[in-house]
Design a protein around this ligand. Sequence first.
Ligand SMILES: NC(=O)c1ccc[n+]([C@@H]2O[C@H](COP(=O)([O-])OP(=O)(O)OC[C@H]3O[C@@H](n4cnc5c(N)ncnc54)[C@H](O)[C@@H]3O)[C@@H](O)[C@H]2O)c1
Ligand SMILES: O=c1ccn([C@@H]2O[C@H](COP(=O)(O)OP(=O)(O)O[C@H]3O[C@H](CO)[C@@H](O)[C@H](O)[C@H]3O)[C@@H](O)[C@H]2O)c(=O)[nH]1
Length: 343
Amino acid sequence: MAILVTGGAGFIGSHMVWALLDAGEEVVVVDRLSTGFRWAVAPQARFYLGDIAKPTVLKQIFAENDIEAIIHFAGSIVVPESIANPLSYYENNTENTRRLLSAAVKAGIDKVIFSSTAAVYGLPDKPLPVREDAPLRPESPYGQSKLMSEMMLRDTARAHGLCYVALRYFNVAGADVQGRAGNSAVGATHLLKVACEAALGKRSSMSVYGTDYDTPDGTGVRDYIHINDLVDAHLQALRYLRKGGGPLVANCGYGKGYSVLDIIEAVRRATNADFRVDYAPRRPGDASLVVADSTLAKQVLEWTPRHDDLGVIVNTALAWERRLEEQATPDIDDLRRRLASGF
Ligand SMILES: NC(=O)c1ccc[n+]([C@@H]2O[C@H](COP(=O)([O-])OP(=O)(O)OC[C@H]3O[C@@H](n4cnc5c(N)ncnc54)[C@H](O)[C@@H]3O)[C@@H](O)[C@H]2O)c1
Ligand SMILES: O=c1ccn([C@@H]2O[C@H](COP(=O)(O)OP(=O)(O)O[C@H]3O[C@H](CO)[C@@H](O)[C@H](O)[C@H]3O)[C@@H](O)[C@H]2O)c(=O)[nH]1
């Protein structure tokens, strides 16, 4: 039987595909290539170019493959974009998850692993780390759209016997330690990637959004988790579901916070590059400080992080950034992206 990875051509999905293949799994990918890349998908995986919004796409995949479980990454991911265009986020993250779940139930698939996010917490009340039972008050349509998907999973599990794990990722960063995958986003907005691009001269400067937060240096604090540890949590979640584990929502982070300035400093140290940094107002929808308590993932999923080291996160991200020029085949991917935007 195979594992279906939606969004498997994207940053996290492409690492997941490699990890599943490494573990000896059969892998099927569906991706519309709106932000992902065909070349990012490991060649051993079976690839479908398509939108999960289309019932015919899912029907074909379920008819042609014996799918045991779905790992659902496909979605839209940029917090400020979700504020400017909330309906497209509710459509791609909430409505399309509903469509996927509906197709999965019809096809008798009973295991789902879902990409949720720290953004469901909004700005936590108490000093951190934040636990899964903290109040859920997303500050952006992005966080709200993911929380609504969690609710759909919960209700679908109750009604149809589906088992699921929703992992609330904190800030996923770095690149595959074996150098096979990385974050290839065009027009990236994620802090570490932006800082790496600035350090390598791929952009002329970068901005720090907000210097007046109630944090030690006034800039936003996040919990940066290495991509290989994050995908490993999914492998553990798959094992857990195979053993008959019930519905679970679990944080994925290290419980350590780094400020925007810490990240910029780490990139400067690793590259010796003195790139230009501007100080800009706060970005709408941003929380000041969010750090994970991942006890649940460690205890219930038996997840053991192995790359909890900012130096490793920064160095793998930089190594991937340097390799990107060699990897990309922009013509075909640009064409596909234009086609995909009309889906
Ligand atoms: N990157 C992070 O720090 C982070 C943190 C928390 C949660 N997440 C979640 O993880 C998931 C993956 O994020 P990522 O960073 O890899 O983003 P990404 O943009 O690199 O990957 C998303 C992939 O999904 C595809 N896609 C989008 N909509 C689709 C659709 N309707 N049908 C088919 N394919 C579609 C895109 O082409 C892309 O390949 C997302 O659901 C995101 O919300 C990411
Ligand atoms: O050029 C930049 C980019 C970001 N930031 C700041 O850096 C921090 C991190 O921002 P970013 O890397 O964009 O991540 P988040 O907005 O925290 O969101 C990410 O992390 C969430 C989980 O915490 C995921 O759900 C989202 O998909 C993902 O984009 C925030 O304080 C930003 O204001 C800057 O100052 N300058």
